[in-house]
Write a protein that binds this ligand. Structure first.
Ligand code: SF4
Length: 286
């Protein structure tokens, strides 16, 4: 796919954007969070973001370690509260670009209520939500995104809860930009993260990211090759998904079960909280 993506080498990214004293990372072999960091840095480079005017915010969890590796201001906040802190930063200084790293447990489980209300307010920030189907750092407990039947330390006989579709939720709440991609190839995630940063308003990019240690070893996805094949076989582009739902045979529709839609779910414009706040201040002469 031709995306116009100018790939930087690892050495260039390291020199320009990373805190070298923080390496090596804490990530296990085969973990996809390093890919998410890589794609984010490519997107930042693509956008030409001024890191002196950017704050990276995170909650708690493996992916929430990411701000520590980037050579910019960061806030490693409390569990589930990354969006509350990010909203505070935007309210205090709307000139800053805010990028949030959160996990599925942190952002959609413990912080689920903050997710709803930050989207509803449409505060201008980019949220990169690393979905690895589990609470990785705390021992592999079931998360709101754990697939049907998935094994975890709290669902040893298989998950019986219906998993949460974070992107459908964000779309329903009116987030101006919503996308989901697996980490298995860089082009679409980098493009979406860059589009999310450029978008005025709330942008959510959900990254389907392997966790071989806490989730994979309980679900036959410990080896890197197996994991990446699973992501290729269990994701379906939105257009294709919608076509099958509308025109597919019963067998083709049945084959969608247990799979995940990927692509750009929403790309629209909506008045932001910051715009409305500025209008109110001007109107009431506050
Ligand atoms: S526990 Fe899972 S998510 Fe955490 S670093 Fe290891 S592989 Fe990655």
């Amino acid at each position: 796919m031709a995306t116009g993506l100018r790939i930087k080498t690892a050495a260039e990214l390291r020199t320009n954007y990373l805190r070298r004293e923080m390496f090596p990372t804490i990530f296990c072999d085969g973990c996809g969070i390093g890919n998410v960091l890589n794609y984010t840095l490519w997107a930042i480079d693509e956008v030409g973001l001024d890191l002196d005017r950017t704050v990276f915010v995170s909650g708690i969890g493996c992916s929430s370690r990411l701000p520590g590796y980037i050579n910019a201001d960061g806030l490693h906040a409390t569990h589930g509260r990354a969006l509350a802190f990010a909203a505070g930063i935007r309210a205090a200084n709307p000139d800053l670009t805010v990028i949030v790293f959160t996990g599925d447990g942190d952002g959609a489980g413990i912080g689920g209520n903050h997710l709803l209300h930050t989207i509803r307010r449409n505060m201008d920030m980019t949220v990169i939500l690393v979905n690895n189907f589990t609470y990785g750092m705390t021992g592999g407990q079931s998360a709101p995104t754990t697939p049907d039947g998935g094994f975890s330390s709290t669902t040893p006989y298989g998950n019986i809860e219906h998993p949460l579709d974070i992107c459908e939720l964000a779309k329903a709440l009116g987030a101006p930009y919503v996308a989901r991609w697996p980490v298995v190839s860089p082009a679409q995630p980098v493009k979406s993260i860059a589009e999310g940063i450029r978008k005025r308003g709330f942008a959510l990019i959900e990254m389907l990211t392997p966790c071989p240690t806490a989730y994979g070893r309980r679900n036959g996805l410990k080896e890197i090759e197996q994991i990446w094949r699973w992501y290729r076989e269990h994701t379906v582009l939105l257009d294709e998904w919608e076509w099958v739902e509308q025109f597919g045979s019963p067998e083709e529709r049945e084959a969608l079960r247990g799979k995940l839609k990927i692509g750009v779910f929403q790309d629209t414009e909506r008045e932001t909280f910051e715009d409305r706040w500025a209008a109110l201040v001007a109107r009431e002469r506050l």
